[in-house]
Design a protein. Structure first.
Length: 274
């Protein structure tokens, strides 16, 4: 019986079967469909699980002449957050009081200043393990960090890109190998069409009219732009009055069209509740 490790073969079989019925699917669409059929949110999750399930070789293979060895996945310190879902392009102050997290921040400052910000599944956990955090978060640069009189660190972080935890690494703080979550359908006609609807719904939702403002001023005010559908979605998502679980769902949605559709639904629901 096939299991999740046979996903690529299953996707190929699915494409061929549908092709015989004059139904066309791209390779990426078939992979996404198989991932959801197997109970995973998307192909990024499934691909990472397949990779993690591969047995480690006892010998280090020698790369063939003329071929490049596959680069190792980066290992980054993890910053768990009780009440924040960080999105790409988002700038936020965070307060760090837990010793493990302080050490993670200190390691980042001593190296490339990069961390992975993950949200806790239960905000009441004072010392969460890696499996108590959501597995998708946002890599971030630690822009600035100061120690407050009570010993708490106040750090300013700038969100970079979605990333998925692949494998835990043993350190004196939470750390893991990570892989980027690749967005899909970000440059499609559907995404562009949804942008206009999302911006209009956001204007009504926030009771704003910034159409007359020049674009440089809109950018400084962190107002959403129609030019990059994925960035538009990530600009609006943190502004919604929704719970952490819904924010996390938006973060985990790598399909830009689906993410914009979810945001549009939330905006309309917020208008009706007002």
């Amino acid at each position: 019986m096939r299991d999740f490790r046979d996903a690529k073969a299953m996707a190929h079989t699915l494409r061929e079967a549908l092709k015989a019925k004059s139904v066309s699917l791209t390779h990426s669409e078939s992979l996404e469909l198989v991932a959801r059929t197997l109970g995973f949110p998307d192909w990024n999750f499934l691909a990472a699980k397949i990779q993690a399930s591969q047995p480690a070789s006892s010998e280090t293979p020698r790369p063939a002449t003329g071929l490049k060895a596959t680069p190792a996945r980066p290992v980054v310190p993890i910053v768990p957050m009780r009440d924040l879902v960080l999105f790409p392009q988002m700038f936020a102050p965070i307060f760090v009081g837990r010793d493990k997290t302080k050490r993670a921040i200190e390691r980042a400052l001593a190296t490339d200043r990069r961390v992975l910000v993950l949200t806790q599944q239960r905000s009441g956990d004072d010392d969460p393990a890696l499996d108590a955090l959501y597995s998708v978060g946002t890599t971030a640069d630690v822009i600035h960090c100061v120690a407050l009189p009570d010993g708490t660190l106040k750090a300013f972080v700038s969100g970079l890109e979605r990333a998925l935890v692949v494998r835990r690494k043993e350190e004196e703080f939470l750390a893991a190998e990570i892989a980027p979550c690749v967005e899909s359908r970000g440059r499609t006609a559907d995404a562009t069409a949804l942008c206009g609807a999302v911006i209009e719904a956001y204007r009504v939702y926030a009771n704003l009219d910034h159409t007359s403002l020049p674009k440089p001023l809109q950018a400084r005010l962190r107002l959403p732009s129609i030019e990059e559908p994925g960035m538009l979605a990530d600009s609006v998502a943190p502004l919604l009055s929704v719970g952490l679980d819904q924010r996390q769902q938006l973060l985990e949605t790598s399909d830009v069209v689906t993410r914009l559709e979810k945001i549009l639904e939330l905006l309309k629901a917020g208008q009706q509740a007002a």
